[in-house]
Design a protein around this ligand. Sequence first.
Ligand SMILES: [Ca+2]
Length: 446
Amino acid sequence: MIGRGPLSVLLWAFLVLTGACQKPVELARRPNILLILADDVGREVLGSYGGTSYETPHLDHLATTGMRFDHSYSMPVCHPSRITLLTGRYPFQVGNPEWGTFPQTSETQTVAHSLRAAGYITAISGKWQLTLLKDDLDHPHRLGFDEYCLFGWHEGPRYYQPLIYQNGQQRDDDADRYGPEVYTDFLIDFIERNQDRRFFAFYSMALCHDVTDDLETPVPFGPRGRYDNYAEMVAVMDKQIGRLVAAVNDLGLREKTLILFTTDNGTAKRSIITAEDGKLIREDVVSRLGEILVPGGKTELTDGGTRVPSIANWTGTVKKGALLEDLIDFSDFFPTLVELGGAKLPSGVSLPGKSFAPGLRGEPRVGRDWVFAEHKGQSWVRSRDWKLYRDGRLFHMASDSQEQRPVDAGARKGAAEARRSLETVLQNLFDTQVEATNSSPVNAPH
Ligand SMILES: [Ca+2]
């Protein structure tokens, strides 16, 4: 027992500050982490978010037996979301890496490295997009993943007759296989092999992004004689997630495993459906929220592009049917996983995100009253109700979620105060970033 003298007070303060008092308990409760990142899936797609165009039973079950996030924000396109997720920093803070690249200085500072250093075995399956793997097959390993199974992004097909690299080699047994089955099989095998260890399994889904559009010859059709349409891809996305969850169930690991689902940006506006004479044909993607028609919002900095569905499910820890109203953006995943994994943040860098682990436990979260997104040099910060673009446009999102009417200071109660507050956030963000270079994001395929 600690006494009451000055030295004891100092000892107590030391133990609290270093986390030593709580460490044994927290270490024992460190979960496996199954992070599922779908591609091009907006809120309106999921039944649990009110979507009525598609059936998403497995995701809806994760939501009803876990927690939905109401204010979860990604970047509006694939690559910057992945940069932010893995580095914990916004793209402009790591030098605005060009499309399909990863900043070399951050290679050893990813969330995968942090979890590995804390004893986790790590794997990623599906989409990489951070280099052309044919030129650098060690890249996922260098970024902290012990194992990988990833399609050759912009090198070949990701769905039918896929081109897939696995742990440093190109697979040669996939000619008759369907990519998403391969990616899921790999991750299930990884989880089964490591069921007695703590694992970080990152399912970076190919679905529901359409086929690649920059190869000389269009990639192969599936059995339908065309490419799968968006609804068909949503169905397979949900099915593959169901397979993964069933595997975790079968191993009896649900109470030891946090399942986190999110998506890298909103639904695509159009999706490639076929190819005629070598020319790709696209169709619009429009979904329903009951009577409301919702066009895909990918590439836009609007809610349609950035306000994404997110679900946390952790049997025995996350309350069933809960709704998390905390503001969350992609920079928050890094500190969250670090906290839950008993890991450490990388030294020498400042991360903008805050852990939402308290929210998962039903506890109040401290320190985050804004989120950020950027795309092609434009950016915004927002609270729940207000959104300020760096070009000065202010929107009252609570009453104008479609951003139809910029608000002038004084035109609405609270507008001037919101503008001042968010301007300060923007100023601090851009003043404190130290690594930005003059390079700009490039306009490239996703
Ligand atoms: Ca995407």
